[in-house]
Design a protein around this ligand. Structure first.
Ligand SMILES: *Cc1c(COP(=O)(O)O)cnc(C)c1O
Length: 339
């Protein structure tokens, strides 16, 4: 199916030059002695130091603009890459932003939250977001964000609620588009990828990639490396998200089942944001061998997963792997003690 045609009907605001580079990683490939490793540089999108959320925001922000929004309200962790890109994109489009951040007000502003502050986002701290999302989530929105939106409406504003991580069918178009882009680049460079690897948080990126691979009829398989533990298996959630995304696109194919989705939980460590030795090793390896900056929360864990799968012989010399670098390097500035 022609992906460009499928997504052309949805409004989109171009927030970054695309395509992002697809680069061979020669030192890494040589050192690990396994598959040919390529890196899709989605850390290089042009919204406040980049990352995977920019692609989702191209579609979500277009919807906000279409609805005449003047204020974007969203939520995430204190060191959320999503919140950083969201509040920056809002400014680029002339809007204000509010972010409900899980946790306490930091004593020193560092990393992502420092940038949120520089962008002049109104920051609200709430320790219960995860619980609220588990109890009464409605598509990535929790009661506190809805309450904030209501207070803005009462003041005559036009708020737009951005769901956690942008993981909605509309946001997922960003990664369907990324697959199309990647297919062209691989064609051009004569690459046949067996596996795409990326960190999986909300699962929106993986869902978009899974839908994109199916629409492109591609043989490459997506391996999501989970960055957090979940009560419900992520495969179930991602398969459901893939199906709602396909429905949203008006494409009626055989539904995705959890068996179609591959998520690996072996590299989470104690949980979201928890430091693992493997992630720190991965950060050093990517930096020292290829000049890439990863973080311990997302790309470092995903990369650690890739390295381990190579060392254990799951990924071999016969394979070609594309590591989707989802960004997140800004988070390192909040954790100098790790290095
Ligand atoms: C959000 C994020 C991810 C995960 O993307 P999801 O779509 O939430 O699964 C991976 N890496 C980085 C750096 C991120 O900020």
């Amino acid at each position: 199916m022609d992906i460009k045609k499928v997504i052309a009907k949805y409004p989109r605001i171009h927030l970054t030059p695309l395509p992002t580079p697809l680069e061979f990683a020669p030192q890494l490939t040589k050192m690990l002695g396994g598959p040919k490793i390529y890196v899709k540089r989605d850390d290089l999108t042009a919204i406040a130091f980049g990352g995977n959320k920019t692609r989702k925001l191209e579609f979500l922000m277009a919807d906000a603009v279409k609805q005449n929004a003047d204020t974007v309200i969203t939520l995430g962790g204190v060191q959320s890459n999503w919140v950083r890109q969201c509040v920056a994109a809002a400014r680029k489009l002339g809007m204000n932003s509010v972010a409900v951040l899980e946790g306490e007000m930091p004593q020193v502003y560092q990393g992502n939250v420092l940038l949120d502050r520089i962008f002049g986002a109104q920051l609200i701290y709430d320790s219960n977001i995860t619980q609220e999302l588990e109890d009464q989530e409605i598509q990535g929105i929790c009661p506190i964000t809805s309450k904030v939106a209501e207070s803005y409406r009462q003041r005559g504003k036009h708020p737009y609620l951005m769901p956690l991580g942008g993981a909605t069918p509309l946001g997922n178009l960003g990664y369907i588009n990324a697959v199309d882009e990647l297919m062209y680049q691989m064609d051009e460079q004569g690459i046949h990828a067996d596996y795409l690897i990326a960190g999986t948080g909300t699962g929106g990126t993986q869902a978009g990639i899974e839908c994109g691979l199916r629409l492109a009829n591609a043989s490459a398989k997506m391996l999501g490396i989970s960055v957090s533990h979940h009560t419900q298996p992520k495969e179930v959630e991602i398969a459901a998200l893939c199906n709602t995304t396909m429905e949203f696109l008006g494409i009626h194919e055989q539904p995705f089942t959890p068996n179609d989705i591959s998520v690996n939980y072996d590299y989470v460590g104690e949980g979201y944001g928890a430091v693992t030795d493997a992630a720190i090793e991965a950060i050093h390896m990517a930096a020292e061998l290829e000049g890439l900056i990863l973080c311990h929360t997302y790309a470092g864990k995903a990369f650690a997963g890739m390295v381990d799968l190579i060392r254990r012989g799951v990924l071999t010399r016969d394979h070609t792997v594309v590591f989707i670098h989802t960004g997140g390097g800004v988070g390192n500035f909040a954790h100098p003690e790790l290095f």
